[in-house]
Design a protein around this ligand. Sequence first.
Ligand code: PLP
Length: 375
Amino acid sequence: MRAHTNAGAWLDVDLAAIVHNWRLLKQQAQGRADCAAVVKADAYGLGATQVAPALHAAGCRRFFVAHLDEGMALRPLLPADATLFVMHGLLPGSELEAVTHDLVPVLNSLAQVRAWTTLARGLGRRLPAALQMDTGMARLGMPADEFNRLAADLHQLDGVDLQLVMSHLVSAEQAEAPTNAQQLQRFAAARARLPAAPASLANSSGVWLGAAYHHDLLRPGAALYGVAPMAGRPNPMRPVVRLRSKVLQLRHIAAGTGVGYGHAWTAQRPTLIATLATGYADGWLRSLSNRGAVRFNGQVLPLVGKVSMDTITVDATDLPPDALQEGSLLDLLDERLTVDEVAAAAGTIGYEVLTSLGNRYARRYLGAEACTHSL
Ligand SMILES: *Cc1c(COP(=O)(O)O)cnc(C)c1O
């Protein structure tokens, strides 16, 4: 392990916790459905090259990325028994590359179905694909009119080895949202008009909507990485990340002293300010200005003033005297200060906090030994 003695901040990613979360999600289906792993956007910023092999070692065999390039980067790191789905589908001209790299496109339109079957005919063999229906998201997936045209003549799927029929939920984190049942019903109606194939609807939150949403394959991303899957309910997932940042400088300031850009915060009392080596360039969102917090030995210290590009300032006055020195490590994310809490303070969602985490951190992967029994 490289010694990152000069790093300003440490990001620990607990692979054993990710594996634990994957197993917990899989258990919800009680064996009726398999559990895939969504590892797009570099496994939500945590490192797909570490996360995907750890999950494969734990038994996960199906993985989802967004871009073809993400799939191409990951494919050599996974054994041949792993299937890698590319959710962005087929961009015109990329069809052959998908075949060459053993990637399975999620076909999102009739044009993509045609491109895939044309290539299959040219190669003289069936090509694996997933088919995504739009059941209400209006983002990716085959719209209803195109689907009707497809269903009217299923020979259009000749040459496709249909490995999965899928759709994506609009508001799964809100159990009472009417779109859930509506999408479930539309998904069933669409499947009934297609050749029999395994089906997948549930993302992380969908897993917790109950067995009706499980079908053959769960498709969680965020919950694997510790994000709470259900709005307003306790988080059943294990925390995955710990982020600690070093104190660069300590200063005592008098009451009335302004701190940082625009003097967005002014001390109301004699104050100890600690400046930490993490800023918005590291994904510590600027909307946390005057709102975020960090912890030291469990004690919460408020973030004061604006978040800068490379630093934040915190009010450390209430710590015992001399508790901090230059170089002391403070917690920005830990088991009590979760991505969801930071997201709430920043006015965003845990997904964005995770995927924003920058590349200046010294990253450590913990627990890899515990979850690789087949390397
Ligand atoms: C990102 C994504 C997922 C995973 O969603 P989470 O909410 O992170 O579990 C599943 N399916 C599709 C189509 C996605 O885009």
